[in-house]
Design a protein around this ligand. Structure first.
Ligand code: ATP
Ligand code: MG
Length: 422
């Protein structure tokens, strides 16, 4: 017997029973971004490997060990995108989108990282990525945060997620801090875990993220990032906080929040929840003023964030926050009994074409009334429209209410539309 085919580990099918929740989240985000005047950009899923190596940073976890990289038939090294920002910057430079222009962009789709699959962490996952260009902040930084806060309100998540906020300062301030941190950590090197020892030379700020007990104890005495900040970054951070305070957005300033990718400077933030175990970050972002220039464009300030759709879906499901209506795919189902298909299918077309655009399912494949009524119940429809030869002759349907105690009645298709409109 041949072995049954399986999807690649960590790459999930999203089944028809799950897609309604995904669409609920995606539609909420699309609506939100529209209200703030953001435009959609779609970029390829595959790019040259060098784009990510240069953009994200050679010594980040993503580039060091998580990329899906392969050679194509022409021996070019290509990579399945692990995130969207580098591709958006590449597209913006290539098409002149940044030339004396302000851009508010978003993109949505699959990302790929070779990580250890677990709840909330997959090898193919999906992000909504929002990227802005040409604005130095703090206004746009605040807008991005206010926008995400509005999304949590729309989805009923406002009191389920908390905002962590930090500023990394200018790249010079960050470099000075890096030196200070390395000096301190070198003096305590023996107590560090192996990963942190390695990062000491490659990406020392990431040591701040370590979950290792001994390393964390050492970090308690480490120099603080905010003692190294430049005046401009400090002032900008205060302005950002003033906007958030006035808007009633609560946050925790977390000086150890540095984010995983190399390109961040100044503002960084994460929205985290404690309802998903250790995969608690649902949205993360910040400012990346150096990236456009680093990838070959003219220097342009930039700020953005990415959120993981899997984690949002999981959070809504875990907290039972998905409205029931999300799961009902149809409003009515037509049940033909006897030799009535020409009439029944015409009625179905007529209903679907009406301005109210009701969702009408045709019970195809025949069967007894009993088996078709079972099908009707499973469909989620509110109304079953039974069409027998008698109804077909008179131009009627028999309406059976599937979700309420109400006697069945004979109706014209126009009556049915009125019923569906309420
Ligand atoms: P984490 O700390 O959870 O590894 P990250 O810093 O690597 O996150 P980003 O690269 O900033 O994450 O991606 C933004 C968001 O995308 C995360 O907050 C998370 O919601 C989601 N995300 C990242 N990696 C994965 C993954 N492997 N599976 C599912 N969602 C993910
Ligand atoms: Mg990660």
């Amino acid at each position: 017997m041949t072995k049954q085919l399986q999807a690649i580990r960590g790459m999930n099918d999203i089944l028809p029973e799950q897609t309604p929740v995904w669409r609920y989240v995606e539609d909420a985000v699309r609506g939100l971004l529209g209200r703030y005047g953001y435009q959609e950009l779609r970029v390829p899923v595959v790019e040259f490997t060098s784009l990510f190596a240069r953009g994200i940073g050679e010594h980040t976890d993503v580039v060091e060990k998580e990329m899906y990289t392969f050679s194509d038939r022409n021996n070019e090294s290509l990579t399945l995108r692990p995130e969207a920002t580098a591709g958006c910057v590449r597209a913006g430079i290539q098409h002149g989108l940044f030339y004396n222009q302000i851009q508010r962009l978003w993109t949505m789709g699959p990302m790929f990282r070779y990580e250890k699959p677990q709840k909330g962490r997959y090898r193919q996952f999906h992000q909504i990525s929002v990227e802005t260009y040409g604005m130095a902040g703090p206004d746009i930084d605040a807008e991005l945060i206010l926008m995400t806060a509005a999304l949590w309100r729309d989805l009923g998540l406002a009191d389920k997620v908390t905002l962590e906020l930090n500023t990394l300062g200018s790249s010079e301030a960050r470099a000075r801090y890096r030196d200070g941190l390395v000096d301190y950590l070198k003096a305590h090197e023996n107590g560090l875990d192996e990963d942190s020892k390695r990062r000491l030379t490659t990406n020392p700020l990431r040591v701040l993220d370590s979950k290792d007990e001994s390393t964390r104890r050492i970090l308690e005495g480490a120099p603080l990032l905010h003692d190294f900040l430049d005046e401009e970054s400090r002032g900008q951070f205060e302005q950002l906080r003033a906007i958030l305070d006035r808007a009633g957005i609560e946050y925790v300033v977390n000086q150890k929040l540095v984010r995983g990718l190399d390109y961040y400077n100044k503002t960084v933030f994460e929205w985290v929840t404690d309802a998903l175990g250790s995969q608690g970050t649902v949205c993360g972002g910040g400012r990346y003023d150096g990236l456009v220039e680093q990838l070959g464009g003219k220097a342009v300030p930039a700020c953005g964030f990415a959120m993981g759709i899997e984690r949002l879906v999981l959070l809504l499901e875990t907290l039972n926050l998905v409205p029931d209506t999300v799961h009902s795919p149809v409003d009515a189902i037509i049940i033909p009994m006897g030799n009535v298909l020409p009439y029944a299918m015409t009625v179905a077309e007529q209903l679907r074409a009406s301005p109210a655009r009701p969702r009408v399912l045709m019970s195809c494949g025949g069967g007894s009334l009993k088996s078709q009524m079972k099908r009707a119940d499973k469909s989620g429809a509110a109304l079953a429209l039974i069409v027998g030869e008698d109804e077909a002759e008179k131009g009627l349907v028999t309406v059976k209410y599937l979700r309420e105690e109400k006697a069945q009645e004979a109706c014209t298709p126009e009556d049915v539309l009125a019923l569906l409109a309420v």
